[in-house]
Write a protein that binds this ligand. Structure first.
Ligand code: ADE
Ligand code: ZN
Length: 364
């Protein structure tokens, strides 16, 4: 078992990561485009929120959520527990957002775009959409002032809920416009919940000027879900998308179009289903750049998966066998995939490449 990455088995690639490499992975400027707010709640904050709300969750149970290795309950169920018992007002959301951004900034994340599921907040936690969004946006502004970073919120469709809830979510977003609220996503369990169910919410969001992304091709769900997300929902980027490797012609098409895929090296589906000694070798992420696809590594649920942004980048090197020049390309892919204006994008390309190259030149 590798000490650093929790339930990620040790690398079999033979590539050794030196302390200088670790410092490099931390120091490189980063965007993070795929992180779920509730998956980023600090362990101590989870405990504090549970105490504050008198949640019927034992301390040992909470500790087990944050333990390395196989979890007694899946991550998605922990997120549901947060909605049900722990988050009781907009200040809770403001707190967890600020802490998430502080943790990301400590790994040189200069720009974060992160998911939050309003349906759970409104229907289960009973916090009104406008109040909840305002709490998160206030934290983004505080973090921008305190850590010199930027961040955008992506209200995300709970695909296990009724598709009409997704349409309602877009209506909420339209009536609470804020510059920090950039677009929509869709997440939770993809099995039996294909992207086409949510065509109306995506159409309405696009018509209202929001950007779009979607989790697709996760949990071993077929490449057709990736195709549907792109062709029908017309997403600007794809979250996960791994099963695209099963359709090289489609991959070639999306390689040519420059579509960005936000990938997650610690994604639990492959850790669960691939043989431990071979998981990194067989992982589809390894094959995606070879098909010409633009990928960018992310943490997804950093606190619950026990991974930070620097480690997500390190895994690409230590476990998936990518070189420093590949990582340079991934950094550019992240900048290309970010929902920022062209002036910012062009400036980051120049400045960050300079920084990256200067840091890389110091590697042994
Ligand atoms: N919510 C949090 N993490 C998720 C993931 N990896 N897939 C779908 N929904 C999620
Ligand atoms: Zn995700």
């Amino acid at each position: 078992m590798n000490e650093t990455f929790g339930n990620v088995p040790a690398s079999r690639t033979g590539i050794s990561t030196t302390p200088a490499h670790r410092a490099f992975f931390k120091a490189i400027p980063k965007v993070e485009l795929h992180c779920h707010l509730l998956g980023a709640v600090r362990h101590e904050t989870f405990i504090a929120l549970a105490e504050k709300s008198h949640a019927p969750i034992e301390r040992a149970e909470i500790d087990a959520f944050y333990t390395r290795g196989e979890k007694p309950v899946g991550v998605l169920r922990v997120l549901r527990a947060l909605d049900e018992y722990l988050l009781t007002d907009a200040d809770d959301l403001r707190r967890i957002t600020y802490e998430y951004l502080e943790d990301a900034a400590a790994h040189n994340v200069r720009h974060a775009e992160f998911f939050w599921n309003p349906t759970g907040t409104v229907r289960v936690s009973k916090i009104e959409y406008g109040d909840a969004q305002a709490g998160i946006v206030a934290a983004i502004r505080d973090a921008s002032r305190d850590f010199g970073m930027s961040a955008l919120l992506i209200p995300s469709i709970d695909r296990e809920a009724d598709p009409d809830e997704a349409v309602t979510l877009v209506e909420w977003m339209k009536s609470h416009r804020a510059d920090e609220v950039a677009g929509i996503g869709v997440d939770y369990r993809e099995n039996d919940r294909p992207p086409e169910l949510f065509w109306k919410a995506y159409r309405n969001a696009r018509e209202a000027g929001f950007r779009t992304t979607a989790h697709a091709g996760e949990f071993g769900m077929p490449w057709r879900n990736v195709e549907t997300a792109v062709e029908l929902l017309k997403v600007d980027r794809v979250d996960h998308g791994y099963t695209i490797v099963d359709n090289p012609a489609l991959a070639a098409k999306y390689a040519a179009s420059g579509l960005v895929f936000t990938v997650v090296p610690t994604n639990s589906y492959y850790l669960r289903t691939l043989p431990p000694e071979k998981w990194a070798e067989l992982h589809p992420i390894r094959r995606m750049p070879g098909l010409g696809l633009k990928i960018h590594p992310n943490t997804d649920d950093p606190a619950l998966h026990k991974v930070n942004p620097s480690e997500a980048w390190e895994l690409m090197f230590s476990h998936f066998g990518f070189g420093i020049s590949d990582l340079r390309g991934f950094m550019l892919n992240g900048i290309d995939g970010a929902w920022v204006g062209n002036v910012t994008r062009d400036a980051w390309r120049v400045q960050w490449l300079n920084e990256f190259d200067a840091l890389a030149a110091q590697l042994p």
